[in-house]
Design a binder for this molecule. Structure first.
Ligand code: SF4
Length: 314
């Protein structure tokens, strides 16, 4: 596998009709966002993660070349937002500090959306450097609010780190989004309750939920492969399918997925209502919608809880 990524030329952005793409972004979102990649691979060992493209190695582009690419995209195509599609952004010690320093020598101020881990975010001045470099949104692989489940996954992070990193990032104004996963081996009702508690305590900007999926080649797959029946991959199952015999039924996990989304929206809307400082006449359309949806989320959550209890028994 190529380890020196700097021998590669700059991506051939000129080969695509970027102006058409830009006009769609501007029409839909009011700003233009592009993807860039600064690294390949991930050295961590979460035992359900396939990492099929770049494997366990982690290689980083030089910060100089990344800043040069951002500069070109910002000045030539007016892209002001970048979704960095690395598994893990800025893992190499000192990389984020150098990136921040270099970016400051330019006159561009891009906004960044990245993926990272709680333990890395808490290292030294990482959050400070990321914020100064324009961090707007970070998707953290939190997975679970239960330490028992994180340890079973070989995640290598702690619930305390997830809480610490989220609070610090939010304090600095970054949007924190959490990837969550349900249905891992040994996860029971109290572990699920801890994940819901984490969502309530941390009030992330957004959440992404998956159901544990045994991907061939992973340690998790090896543990459950005897239980896999006719459904073994995405051509004959969907991404919320529970393929092995977990604590609860497949129906339970499908329902837990929508229950958690409702629960999340209820907490966010409640928080908004409790902290509102405006009068009714000062609210805009979106803020009105948040308040109007509260009874719906409240009722859905009550009924959902009941349904989950019934599904647990069946
Ligand atoms: S889940 Fe994320 S941190 Fe864990 S191995 Fe996969 S890419 Fe790396």
């Amino acid at each position: 596998m190529l380890s020196n990524l700097d021998v590669l030329p700059m991506p051939a952005w000129d080969l695509i009709n970027i102006y058409n793409y830009r006009s769609i972004w501007m029409r839909q979102q009011g700003y233009f966002s592009l993807n860039i990649a600064t690294t390949r691979g991930c050295p961590f060992k979460c035992n359900w993660c396939a990492k099929p493209i770049y494997g366990n190695k982690y290689n980083t582009r030089d910060a100089v070349s990344v800043v040069a690419e951002l500069y070109m995209l910002y000045t030539e195509y007016d892209a002001c937002h970048f979704w960095v599609c690395d598994d893990i952004f800025g893992l190499k010690p000192g990389w984020v500090t150098e990136f921040n320093k270099l970016l400051k020598t330019t006159n561009i101020r891009p906004k960044l959306k990245i993926q990272s881990r709680a333990d890395l975010l808490l290292k030294e001045d990482t959050i400070k450097n990321l914020i100064e470099s324009g961090l707007d949104e970070v998707w953290m692989g939190a997975e679970s609010g239960s330490q028992k489940v994180l340890d079973a996954m070989d995640k290598g992070t702690t619930v305390q780190q997830i809480y610490g990193a989220t609070k610090l990032l939010k304090k600095h104004g970054a949007k924190v989004c959490l990837f969550l996963q349900y249905g891992y081996l040994g996860e029971n009702a109290s572990d699920i309750a801890l994940t819901l508690k984490m969502v309530k305590d941390l009030l992330p900007h957004d959440i992404g939920i998956s159901i544990s999926y045994p991907l061939p080649g992973t340690g998790f797959y090896n543990k459950v492969k005897e239980q896999l029946k006719e459904k073994q991959n995405w051509t004959d199952s969907d991404d919320l399918a529970m393929l092995y015999s977990s604590t609860f039924s497949p129906k339970f996990y499908k329902y837990l997925y929508s229950y958690t989304h409702n629960f999340f929206h209820l907490q966010k809307n409640k928080y908004f209502l409790l902290n509102i400082t405006k009068t009714i006449s000062e609210l805009n359309k979106n803020q009105f919608k948040i308040i109007l949806k509260l009874p719906y989320y409240w009722l859905s959550q009550k009924l959902g809880k009941l349904k989950l209890i019934i599904l647990q028994i069946n």
